[in-house]
Design a protein around this ligand. Structure first.
Ligand code: RP5
Length: 164
């Protein structure tokens, strides 16, 4: 089974990475977690990206805040799909990271999820791997069914409380 790489620009991004880690653990999919910065360790980020495919990864999640160039810098050095997670900041709330991550020039795509969207990044990574892996696909379908049942149950409780 292909691995998922979770790369963050700083260890301060760890709370967001943990959301992705927990989701991947739920699915039993192998992953690695790394800290490589587009600005502070650009050489290491480049080497990791260039070797990711031959090292058994199928998709890369890149997490960064502020002037968030990490996802784009990784995407520039691999043909693996890259999912970018912009991280919320104290001053600008993550909007700067969102725009830096999502506004990639034509030719080098980054699939950008919501600010701090660690769960959806992991789910999207799983959906990418599921194209070639029926066991992941089946687990994703099962999760969708459970999530639907949970919402329907909540709706039932709300309707019983307010609609009498
Ligand atoms: C980005 O700058 C990192 O991804 C992090 O979100 C932000 C702040 O990094 P630290 O100053 O906390 O290391 O490169």
């Amino acid at each position: 089974m292909k691995k998922v790489a979770i790369v963050m620009g700083s260890d301060s991004d760890l709370p967001v990475a943990e959301k992705a880690v927990n989701t991947l653990k739920d699915f039993g999919v192998p992953f690695e977690v790394h800290v490589f910065s587009a600005h502070r360790t650009p050489v290491e980020a480049k080497v990791f990206s260039e070797k990711a495919k031959e090292n058994g990864f199928g998709v890369i999640i890149a997490i960064a805040g502020m002037a968030a160039h990490l996802a784009g810098a990784i995407a520039a050095n691999t043909i693996l799909p890259v999912i970018g997670i912009p991280v919320k900041s104290a001053n600008l709330g993550g909007m700067e990271a969102l725009l830096s991550t999502v506004q990639m020039p034509s030719g080098i795509p980054v699939a950008t999820v919501a600010i701090d969207g660690g769960v959806n990044a992991a789910l999207l990574a799983l959906q990418i791997l599921a194209v070639e892996d029926e066991s992941i696909s089946a687990k994703l379908s099962e999760k969708r069914k459970k999530d639907t049942a949970t919402v329907l149950e909540k709706n039932k409780m709300i309707e019983e409380k307010y609609n009498k």
